[in-house]
Design a protein around this ligand. Structure first.
Ligand code: AMP
Length: 467
């Protein structure tokens, strides 16, 4: 982009705002700002793919501030964030940006803080509210927060909010907002999986998409091939995992039997490996996917058919335990890693009999594949002192879900408030009809399990087990 186009002065912003940006040392727009601000200031709904550090907060912050009339004492902008820490950061940045204008009141409303002072602050009036979904909903339901005058609704880190199980809370908050035609809605997300697309389709009106992360391409995926004998193929998978230590790996086999055998070998080595196959009941399949998505399993072993339709972004590695019969299937498999601007690794094990297939893959990719000897991994094999590869999280299953009116916020509250487990040690929370799955950091799992089993979630005793 031409540098002249990235000056803040190209935007329809008041002189005082421009002067404040200069004081803040913001000399030019960051790429996400240059792409989104002209549209946002023109009142368009936006889906912006941007991560922390990209300047995304100022992108929506300047847009929402432009629509605030401080003479009106009412909440005119609402920013939803997944965590309290992010909400505090966002509020701070909005306050900095708002210095140009007189008396813009920015208030944070997050769980984990006492509610009384929040009620008092709300009575004094706020123009911008930043908060986490559970607590915001609490205020909306009490009537202490009203959104009739809302001009801008921002969903920040939408992917993380969904990962943390806030979909229902977001839907409930939306019901308190003015209709989508009466407000501007801005959705920011680092990744753009199907559930975020569905969220956007539901709450945004003719949104424009702003995407900067390049599409993942073969260049971002480092591929290595290893020649194996049939007898060492399954064992080689364990060697690769222990050597490269990817956090999450999708391993493809050509047959169900091979999947079963591989899972048995990996589990015997102490790895947390799960199998996804067509014979699983829906409930079992959901459980496997939840555990893999929430980082409490290291390896998911699947056939191409079973893996169809699973959308888990940002996998560190893909292993082709067998070479796919068609080159196109191979490309599709390795495309599961290296998503959303992240680099990924793809490992392929090939026997002499599979060299013809590898040749076709090379031809399709227009380059020769890179080979490494398995012996090199063996030579660099981990010393005994090295800890076995384990996933960072553990999944706890609470026997009770939507039917018992359990919400993600209740579980988060029980873990953080009642049991004193830090929010950063709590991962994805999936509330299903009859079950709730919560990922807890491995080091906190015992405490969480004991605490939940003896304590209460939403005022009642629950049964919890470790998966
Ligand atoms: P964010 O991605 O919103 O967390 O922003 C990352 C950091 O960049 C924050 O500390 C901002 O204050 C800063 N920042 C945002 N926009 C600009 C800009 N145009 N020029 C310089 N710094 C910026």
């Amino acid at each position: 982009m031409n540098p002249a186009d990235t000056a803040f002065s190209t935007l329809p912003l008041p002189a005082a705002v421009l002067a404040n940006l200069e004081r803040l040392g913001y000399e030019r727009m960051t790429p996400i700002q240059a792409a989104s601000l002209p549209l946002a200031l023109a009142g368009r709904d936006l889906i912006a793919q941007a991560r922390t550090g990209s300047g995304k907060t100022a992108a929506f912050g300047l847009a929402l501030l432009a629509r605030i009339d401080t003479r009106r004492s009412a909440v005119q902008a609402l920013v939803l964030c997944p965590t309290r820490e992010l909400a505090e950061q966002v509020a701070q940045e909005i306050r900095r940006l708002a210095r140009a204008e007189d008396n813009v009141k920015v208030l944070t409303l997050c769980g984990g803080s006492a509610i009384r002072p929040q009620l008092a602050s709300l009575e004094h009036g706020a123009h911008v509210v930043v908060g986490t979904p559970g607590r915001l909903l609490d205020h909306l339901e009490r009537g202490s927060l009203g959104l009739d005058a809302l001009a801008t609704w921002v969903l920040d880190e939408a992917d993380r909010m969904l990962d943390m199980g806030f979909a229902d809370d977001i839907a409930a908050i939306a019901r308190h907002c003015p209709a989508s035609t009466q407000r501007q809605t801005l959705l920011f997300s680092a990744t753009y999986p199907d559930d975020v697309a569905a969220l956007a389709a539901r709450y945004l009106r003719e949104p424009r998409e702003v995407k900067l992360a390049e599409r993942p391409d073969a260049q971002q995926i480092r591929q290595r091939f290893y020649e194996v004998d049939e007898g060492e193929r399954l064992h080689a998978v364990g060697l690769l995992l222990e050597h490269f230590r990817p956090e999450r790996t999708l391993a493809f086999c050509n047959t169900k039997q091979q999947c079963r055998d591989l899972v048995a070998v990996l589990q015997a080595q102490g790895l947390v490996a799960l199998e996804l196959h067509g014979d699983l009941e829906q409930r079992e399949r959901d459980q496997v996917l939840v555990r893999f998505a929430n980082r409490s399993a290291s390896v998911l072993v699947a056939t191409d058919v079973a893996a169809r339709g699973i959308d888990i972004a940002g996998l560190e590695a893909v292993i082709n335990v067998d070479i796919a019969a068609e080159a196109q299937v191979h490309t599709h498999r390795i495309g599961r890693t290296g998503r959303a601007g992240l680099s990924g690794q793809a490992f392929s094990l090939a026997s002499v009999d599979e060299m013809g297939r590898v040749g076709r893959i090379d031809a399709m990719q227009g380059r020769e594949s890179e080979w490494q000897a398995l012996a090199e991994l063996k030579a660099a094999a981990p010393d005994a002192a090295r800890a076995p590869l384990l996933p960072p999280m553990v999944t706890l299953q609470i026997l009770g879900g939507r039917k018992e009116k359990i919400r993600a916020g209740d579980v988060l509250g029980a873990l953080t408030k009642d049991l004193g487990i830090e929010a950063e040690h709590v991962g994805k929370i999936d509330v299903n009809d009859f079950s709730t799955y919560v990922a807890v950091h491995r080091d906190r799992a015992d405490r969480a399990l004991r605490g939940l089993n003896t304590g209460k979630v939403k005022g009642r005793s629950v049964k919890v087990r470790r998966l």
